[in-house]
Design a protein around this ligand. Structure first.
Ligand SMILES: Cc1cc2nc3c(=O)[nH]c(=O)nc-3n(C[C@H](O)[C@H](O)[C@H](O)COP(=O)(O)OP(=O)(O)OC[C@H]3O[C@@H](n4cnc5c(N)ncnc54)[C@H](O)[C@@H]3O)c2cc1C
Length: 295
């Protein structure tokens, strides 16, 4: 593995200076569960890494004290600092209270050792199409909060992924946290993941589904991971479920999700298998949500 320098900045300004050093490939460093393997296999070639875990706000997990945002009343949005680890998110009573689908996705990631190091910011930073947090954040309509040399900005999650392993961050920018509106009262959500092994492997297909009461019916959100160049919403499937969620509509929605998918073949699965499994996993996730809505 090529050697690289390690820096631990004391504040954001020092971090921005390090991350924008001219002619250097500088990477933010969080849990290193992607950074080390990708550097070892030569895909990434950092000259230096900038450990961002100690920067203010990156380890916060709270609903209190937030400015009104995303249309939520104050205190109604969950803030998850970018350096929160997957096991912390999976086990948090606060996350599980109203944002459980994110806890489910965090619990579905890797294995115990990986989840003890891997962070939410790192999962978004790598921007794998198979990132488990992504479908959950898509149905929760989260925003990614970013600080950079040019200032602060908030990126809606559906604008954050711009290609396979490419995100909307500019040079020097750091994900500080994720802001997630509280889903409407009476909502239910599920993350279903299909992978080769029960633990320690990326998704072949990941599906998040969320439904909430609307007038005399329900509104649905469906998001897919690992079956397109980026994690995606499946609006055609959502429109069908918004009409009805009887057995016929569930089958039609699953078929519509199939139509949204544009998978590739890789070592985990062929494109054909992935696309077929979108149908099964979407159907399974929708049924699980219906089960939760009616308990
Ligand atoms: C054995 C194993 C199993 C795995 N299984 C899964 C799985 O099932 N599902 C899954 O989704 N992933 C899986 N992964 C991938 C990895 O664990 C996750 O993507 C993890 O969330 C990365 O987080 P990290 O903190 O380790 O990131 P790092 O490796 O530290 O960083 C990853 C990338 O994000 C950037 N970055 C980190 N933090 C920030 C920030 N705050 N702002 C801007 N950029 C940042 C880094 O510069 C780097 O480019 C697995 C990895 C391993 C080794």
């Amino acid at each position: 593995m090529q050697p690289f320098d390690y820096y631990k900045p004391k504040d954001f300004n020092e971090a921005f200076k390090l991350l924008t050093l001219p002619d250097k490939a500088m990477y933010p460093l969080a849990g290193a569960t992607d950074l080390i393997p990708h550097t070892r296999d030569g895909a990434w070639k950092p000259n230096g890494v900038v450990d961002i875990k100690g920067l203010p706000g990156l380890r916060d997990l709270k609903v209190e004290g937030l400015e009104p945002c995303c249309g939520c009343a104050p205190g109604e949005c969950l803030y998850v600092g970018a350096a929160m680890r997957m096991n912390e998110i999976a086990r948090s009573e606060l996350v599980r209270s109203h944002w459980d689908v994110l806890a489910q996705a965090a619990a579905a990631m890797g294995n115990e050792q990986v989840r003890n190091r891997a962070t939410l910011g790192g999962n978004l930073g790598t921007a794998s199409p198979a990132a488990d947090s992504a479908p959950a954040l898509l149905v929760l309509e989260a925003s990614i909060l970013v600080k950079g040399p040019q200032g602060d900005r908030s990126i809606p999650i559906d604008k954050f992924f711009v290609g396979p392993k490419r995100n909307a961050l500019k040079k020097g920018e750091i994900i500080v946290g994720v802001l997630i509106p509280r889903p409407p009262q009476g909502s239910a959500a599920v993350y279903e993941k299909l992978s080769r092994r029960k633990a320690g492997d990326l998704a072949i297909v990941g599906v998040a589904v969320l439904a909430y009461p609307h007038e005399s019916n329900y509104r649905w959100r469906v998001a897919l991971g690992a079956v397109a160049p980026t994690p995606i919403r499946a609006p055609q499937a959502e429109a069908i479920l918004n009409e009805s969620y009887d057995a016929v509509h569930i089958d039609e929605a699953a078929a519509a999700a199939y139509g949204c998918a544009m998978p590739i073949s890789d070592i985990r699965a062929s494109a054909e298998y992935r696309q077929m499994m979108v149908v099964n996993i979407t159907r399974r996730a929708v049924r699980a949500v219906i089960g939760k809505l009616h308990t």
